[in-house]
Design a protein around this ligand. Structure first.
Ligand SMILES: [Zn+2]
Length: 352
């Protein structure tokens, strides 16, 4: 039998934005606030303290606390580009993209060559689907860092994307993107999909609550389909139709696609009928040295199960679970009406 292996992946730069902040802004801001006198050195140590605690809060997924600390630090060192750049990241984590953009722009006003702020700005505009502005900032970044092949690749992706027609972002569904030229669905007579959960607790970052999250996400998709597909757990991997694995990869390579999508789905399908799927879910944190949040795990699970059910492409609306940047703070942690309508339409089209 001919089988077709399909891997669905996409690239996010959020990981990159976060890599850039790992402590390296400190020298930039220390230089700017350094001035002679005891008073300023005590100020400096206070700024250091606020800055370091704020970074720790960002890593613990507590952006509002990080923002408060960074705002205090900013009062003491108002022209520190590093502080403004991290304030931008805090606002990004809080899904406040407009304010994040303002902060990155302030950072660039004080340090016009700050490439981290440029790439973050490009990412924010991408998340807002303002692709022309996004492209402009990726280009400015590449003028200073021409050897960054990962950003070069992202720029090519965003440029191609900006030329593609997309369906109405606010319409009832994104069926056109979901099909993306190839329609694969679980067969009509397959109303129960058996699922094997990899319970290898040796994978770093795995927490016991993740299995519950995965179960909830499967149920959510099943409800969206009106219960016409249900999931049953299997303890034997070889008997399972759908295999779910946790994987951990340290944040070292920016080109790592699994890292960028926070997961992937591979399907085995023949003539549009899916016979098997494997999803891999990343347990590595968004921030170096941080904790992965339950919310990110939930969004990733929902997203990859969506692919495993046959949604091949991505929604152009940044609220939908199937938006192409699953790590975006704008993505909802439950299926949107559009996600549900899309899967229902996909499964009600003829030929299944
Ligand atoms: Zn995807």
């Amino acid at each position: 039998m001919n089988t077709q292996k399909i891997s669905i992946r996409y690239i996010s730069l959020i990981a990159l934005a976060i890599l850039g902040m790992n402590g390296q802004y400190l020298p930039a801001f220390s230089e700017q606030v350094a001035s002679p006198g005891d008073e300023s050195s005590s100020n400096n140590s206070r700024i250091d303290e606020l800055f370091n605690v704020a970074l720790a809060k960002l890593k613990q997924n507590r952006p509002d606390e990080a923002r408060d600390l960074l705002m205090q630090a900013s009062k003491l060192a108002p022209t520190s580009a590093g502080i403004h750049c991290n304030l931008g990241l805090a606002y990004m984590q809080m899904a406040n993209l407009d304010q994040a953009i303002d902060e990155f722009e302030v950072a660039l006003k004080y340090l016009p060559t700050m490439t981290e702020a440029m790439v973050d700005l490009a990412e924010c505009y991408r998340l807002q689907d303002k692709l022309d502005k996004s492209i402009e900032w990726y280009q400015k970044y590449l003028e200073l860092r021409p050897d960054d092949m990962s950003v070069r690749q992202t720029l090519a992706t965003v440029t191609a994307q900006s030329k593609q027609p997309v369906s109405d972002k606010f319409g009832p569904d994104y069926l056109r993107e979901a099909i993306a030229g190839e329609m694969n669905r679980w067969p009509k007579d397959k109303s129960t999909i058996t699922v094997f959960f990899d319970r290898n607790t040796k994978v770093p970052g795995v927490r016991p609550e993740f299995i519950g999250i995965l179960r909830d996400c499967l149920t959510e998709w099943s409800h969206a389909l009106g219960g016409t597909i249900t999931f049953a757990e299997s303890t034997l991997e070889r008997n399972a139709d759908l295999v779910c694995r946790w994987v951990y990869q340290p944040r070292q390579g920016r080109d790592d696609l699994l890292l960028n999508e926070r997961g992937n789905a591979s399907l085995t399908a023949y003539r549009g009928q899916i016979s098997h799927a494997t999803i891999k879910l990343l347990t590595a944190p968004s921030l170096v040295g941080g904790d992965v949040s339950a919310e990110i795990i939930r969004k990733t699970c929902l997203h990859e199960i969506g692919h495993a059910l046959g949604i091949a492409g991505h929604s152009p609306n940044n609220n939908d679970v199937m938006f192409y940047l699953v790590e975006s703070p704008t993505v909802q942690s439950h299926l949107t009406e559009r996600d549900m309508e899309t899967i229902r339409k996909l499964y009600s089209l003829d030929g299944r």
